[in-house]
Design a protein around this ligand. Structure first.
Ligand SMILES: Cc1ncc(C[n+]2csc(CCOP(=O)(O)OP(=O)(O)O)c2C)c(N)n1
Ligand SMILES: [Mg+2]
Length: 390
């Protein structure tokens, strides 16, 4: 394997890579799991400017985002959300990458990048809409520079590549960043996007959060090599970083953004992380996850290693702890209030905005649904007095 002066990998053979890939071997790491600042010559210059105060801000972001996740999970368990896809464990991958973006860059994500949405300025109410089942899309993408999440695995990589091409045709240096999972790399769309991006040198960053699982399928089953090794076959340079290390993620994303902005085309980043929770609140990982794996990854927690680094620099004060806790508490309160404030839409509005023009098939379905709703005592089909509560 070789590494360029920028720290990115070229496409030489890797015959020594083990088949079981759920380990942190062969990754770029700038903060060890126990909080030591490690050196990596190709990556250090890209985060030299990150001061201890900024590191504390990244720590705050990660704690807040974990709290968003915990609160949303509680809301789902309390019947206020239909579903929630937890990001617990993936905070550094999301914060480290999203905090490097400019407002005029554009994010295309999967359903799990709720921490990225937080960084882009999506409001808590908007974040909750789809999971509460009250909207098909929660926000206006142009207001925050982030498309609404794709549930169709990998589809957003095509959107990102197209957007990136458009940005370069417009003569801007904005970059599109596509977030997707390890499982998505087996999807046709992702492979097509990489071919297209390489052919036309689109300013797009492919950010793969390898959280070791695609629902119940381990990454080692779908790929016998590191996922980052796939990209060079498309002519796309790649990096494999510790996705639980906020600085390594930040450095890699900055390298990729810089290349894209300066006409160097796409980059693939594999952020090696771990999904500590279930796939969604409908999943039970104890049915397929090997015993001990969770504990193994708990020891590599993205938040505690930054806390340890801050501690070693004498920067982990009671004041910082209470500031961060206060912020997380406030965010959790706002998230809950925002969720509960979302009005129940009129059931018939589900037919709005599906087709540009009305047609007989739609009218027939509307009639059938209206008759179904009318068959309930309150005429709303939800058993609630007046149909308002959920
Ligand atoms: C095209 C398509 N196929 C299958 C699914 C069902 N599905 C939902 S999530 C998922 C696994 C995705 O795994 P990964 O890409 O690793 O992302 P993660 O959920 O781990 O973040 C699958 C197969 C889907 N949503 N879209
Ligand atoms: Mg996955």
């Amino acid at each position: 394997m070789s590494t360029t002066h920028e720290g990115t990998r070229t496409h030489e053979a890797h015959d020594d890579i083990p088949v079981h890939l759920s380990q942190l071997e062969d990754v770029v790491q700038l903060i060890s799991p126990t909080g030591e600042r490690l050196s990596s010559p190709g990556f250090d210059p890209w985060v030299d400017d990150v001061s201890t105060e900024q590191l504390a801000d990244l720590y705050e972001d990660m704690v807040v985002v974990r709290r968003i996740d915990t609160e949303a999970t509680a809301l789902q368990r309390q019947g206020e959300l239909g579903l929630w896809p937890p990001l617990h464990g993936q905070e550094a991958a999301q914060i480290g990458s999203a905090r490097t973006l400019r407002p005029d860059d554009f994010v295309f994500s999967s359903y799990r990048e709720n921490g990225v949405a937080y960084c882009r300025g999506v409001t808590f109410t908007d974040l909750m809409r789809v999971w509460r089942g009250t909207a098909a899309a929660g926000w206006n993408p142009y207001e925050v520079g982030m498309a609404t999440p794709a549930v169709i695995i990998g589809a957003q990589t095509l959107h990102a590549t197209g957007y990136a091409l458009g940005a370069s045709f417009d003569g801007t240096d904005s970059v599109a960043l596509a977030y997707f999972g390890d499982g998505a790399t087996s999807q046709g769309d992702v492979n097509e996007a990489m071919v297209f991006a390489a052919s036309f040198q689109a300013p797009v960053v492919f950010f793969c959060s390898n959280n070791q699982w695609a629902i119940s399928e381990p990454v080692g089953l779908q790929s016998k090599r590191h996922l980052s090794d796939r990209a060079p076959g498309f002519g796309i340079p790649s990096m494999r970083v510790d996705g639980n290390d906020v600085l390594a993620v930040m450095a890699a994303t900055r390298i990729a953004l810089d290349r894209a902005r300066s006409g160097g085309g796409p980059t693939f980043i594999e952020a090696v992380t771990y999904r500590m929770g279930p796939h969604t609140t409908s999943d039970d990982p104890t049915r397929y996850r090997p015993t001990g794996e969770l504990d193994e990854w708990r020891a590599k927690d993205p938040i505690s290693r930054v806390a340890a680094l801050l501690e070693s620099r004498g920067a982990m004060s009671d004041e910082l702890r209470s500031r961060v806790e206060g912020k997380a508490d406030a965010v959790a309160r706002d998230l809950r209030a925002g969720c509960l404030s979302i009005p129940q839409p009129d059931p018939m509005s589900v037919f709005d905005d599906v087709y540009a023009e009305p047609h007989s098939g739609l009218e027939r379905q509307k009639g059938q649904y209206a008759a179904y709703l009318a068959s309930f005592e309150n005429g709303h089909g939800d058993g609630a007095e007046g149909g308002g509560a959920s």
